[in-house]
Design a protein around this ligand. Structure first.
Ligand SMILES: Cc1cc2nc3c(=O)[nH]c(=O)nc-3n(C[C@H](O)[C@H](O)[C@H](O)COP(=O)(O)OP(=O)(O)OC[C@H]3O[C@@H](n4cnc5c(N)ncnc54)[C@H](O)[C@@H]3O)c2cc1C
Length: 548
């Protein structure tokens, strides 16, 4: 006999709406996945926590948020008319423009009617008997689907600093990811920014000229290099549009799908004069050229890396007037490019302004947030606004925030407790019919991300077409394939300089329990090799998977 609670559950389940596929997240990945699944004729629902579409470009509305991918390399490539119609205004567009672009895409392809906003997924349970996932939203609504696709983002689980008193502060305070919709007026305000990663750098250089007083709280300085952004001229616009096919072809060949390709020369294969001239040239070039088109060994040979780091340190010393401040801004615990390189516009010059102050948290850590500001071990600072640019529980964080129960109720967090275990970064043993776009272990998080998203989504779509055509209702990777892929990913990362450094790229985040041991989160073999492997798996009838 069922008790009344169980009867109520059964009754509710009887009305649970069914979709062929559910996609979680309406960022670049979720939007494109919806578009592609529509083409298969599947019924699809996208659930999105936010009140709008765009993911990263919906949430990160802080002043100064913008690309460090060239705008035209970042937009979707799947529709020629879209490419020709859309005009990017700058080489590195700012957040409002990208949010407008993604809304334009959603409307242009009539995708909005299948996207349910303000709908956070809190749990997903696999039902073996029916071969279905049951998906549960924050407010209790439930849905069922055959295929579950996560498009929840590599940088969508924001983290605040582990300091007491945050709720005591009487002024305004925001995490950069949770920036309000309405503009914030900084005029006459005393502003604190905690954090000097890529986001911190963007916000600091933008807010500095607006605020009455700006205090930057820095724990780890990063190697920042100039973005050299500028508007796209009409002539450039025409050239960009005429050149799209060739550009996308180039992006398919570079390791990170950027327009920058590694210089084949070694650092010590050229004369000191040639080396210096090359580095001077890179420092003047826009975007990630300096990171990705540098000598081939700068990110792998400690000596080459140290020499290039010394070059960038010299630049910082030239730009910051106070030598003591310059020294604080120069990283001492990692070499150039081993953490995410922030791209800047006048960032270092900010510290020459009389109303800007740098507080080194290694010397004077924060003790607590107070009603009026921030207390360090040295003093009390008073503020009107505190900005937390303290980043994300990267790559796996959004997965940890959903209770995925796979076969026999097994939890994904447990399966990944010692680091992610995946096949192709797209699936895991015990989680049938579930696919992870931009998941750990795939090439996307080392990529000009939309390029890798399109590859992930196209591959997933082909798999679902294959399932549809062949009456397959269940697929899952094998333990052997998962173990081989996970080992391969670990081997590719071994020995790379970045693996010896604490950062979100290695899964370190001292603001979260259990994130103090470095993990390999990314596939380091480059996007072309990754794509070739995925294609090979598909060509072999989805080798490494059991389909039935
Ligand atoms: C400030 C900033 C600048 C960046 N610049 C670049 C750049 O120049 N080039 C580059 O390649 N990458 C850049 N990135 C990385 C960026 O995240 C990716 O380029 C891209 O936006 C990822 O798209 P996505 O769809 O995978 O994830 P997201 O854009 O993060 O979208 C994921 C969505 O899933 C939703 N979601 C998560 N969990 C749930 C849940 N449980 N239920 C419902 N919805 C959920 C989130 O709300 C979010 O809207 C930048 C990131 C940041 C933060």
């Amino acid at each position: 006999m069922l008790n009344t609670d169980e009867i109520a559950v059964r009754e509710r389940e009887a009305d649970v709406r069914h979709f062929d596929a559910i996609v979680i997240g309406a960022g670049i990945a979720g939007i494109y996945q919806l578009y592609r699944l529509r083409q298969l004729g599947l019924s699809v629902r996208v659930f999105e926590t936010g009140g709008g579409v765009g993911g990263t470009w919906y949430w990160n509305r802080y002043p100064g948020a913008r690309f460090d991918s060239e705008s035209y390399t970042y937009g979707y490539s799947f529709d020629e008319a879209l490419l020709q119609d859309w005009n990017w205004s700058e080489h590195f567009a700012a957040q409002p423009e990208t949010e407008r672009y993604l809304n334009h895409v959603v409307d242009r392809f009539d995708l909005r009617r299948d996207i349910q906003l303000n709908s956070r997924v809190v749990a997903a349970r696999w039902n073996e008997a029916d071969r279905l996932w049951q998906v549960e939203l924050e407010h209790g609504e439930r849905y069922r689907c055959r295929f579950l696709i996560t498009a929840i983002g590599p940088l969508s689980a924001d983290t605040l600093p582990r300091v007491p008193g945050r709720d005591d502060f009487r002024g305004l305070s925001f995490h950069t990811y949770r920036w309000p919709q309405e503009p914030i007026d900084f005029t006459g305000k005393r502003v604190a920014v905690i954090g000097t990663g890529a986001t911190g750098v963007q916000v600091i250089q933008t807010v500095a000229p607006l605020a009455a007083q700006l205090t930057v709280f820095q724990r780890t300085p990063n190697w920042c290099t100039p973005l050299h952004n500028r508007p796209i001229t009409d002539e450039e616009q025409r050239a960009i549009k005429a050149n799209y096919p060739a550009m996308f072809e180039l992006l398919r060949r570079t390791p990170g799908c950027y327009i920058h390709n590694t210089d084949p020369r070694g650092t010590f294969e050229v004369t000191a004069e040639e080396r210096e001239a090359f580095w001077e040239k890179l420092y003047k070039e826009p975007g990630f050229s300096i990171w990705m088109a540098n000598f081939r060994d700068v990110l792998t040979d400690p000596k080459a890396n140290a020499l290039f780091s010394a070059f960038v340190a010299r630049k910082i010393r030239e730009r910051v007037k106070d030598p003591a401040v310059a020294e604080k801004l120069i990283p001492k615990n990692h070499g150039f490019g081993t953490r995410r390189v922030p791209q800047e516009t006048g960032y270092y010059e900010v510290y020459n302004l009389p109303h800007v102050r740098l507080v080194d948290l290694r010397e004077t850590p924060i003790e607590r947030i107070t009603e009026t500001g921030i207390r360090t071990t040295a003093e009390d600072h008073a503020f009107d606004i505190i900005i937390y640019a303290t980043g994300f529980d990267a790559v796996t964080g959004a997965f940890d925030r959903i209770a995925f129960h796979g076969v026999d109720g097994g939890r994904l967090t447990e399966h990944w407790a010692d680091g992610p275990k995946t096949y192709l970064g797209l699936m895991s043993v015990g989680f049938p019919n579930m696919l992870t776009i931009v998941g750990p272990h795939n090439a996307s998080t080392r990529c000009n991300i939309p390029r890798c998203i399109e590859q992930n989504v196209d591959w997933v779509t082909d798999l679902l077409r294959h399932a549809q055509d062949n009456g397959i209702t269940r697929f899952e990777t094998t333990e052997a394939a998962e173990a081989d892929w996970s080992r391969h990913v670990e081997e590719l990362a071994a020995g790379l300089l970045y693996t010896q450094v604490d950062s979100w790229l290695t899964g370190i985040n001292t603001n979260i329990d259990g994130h103090t041991v470095r993990r390999v989160l990314q596939y380091q073999g480059g996007a072309p090799a990754y794509r070739a492997k995925c294609d090979e798996v598909a060509a072999q009838g989805y080798a490494g998977m059991v389909l039935r």
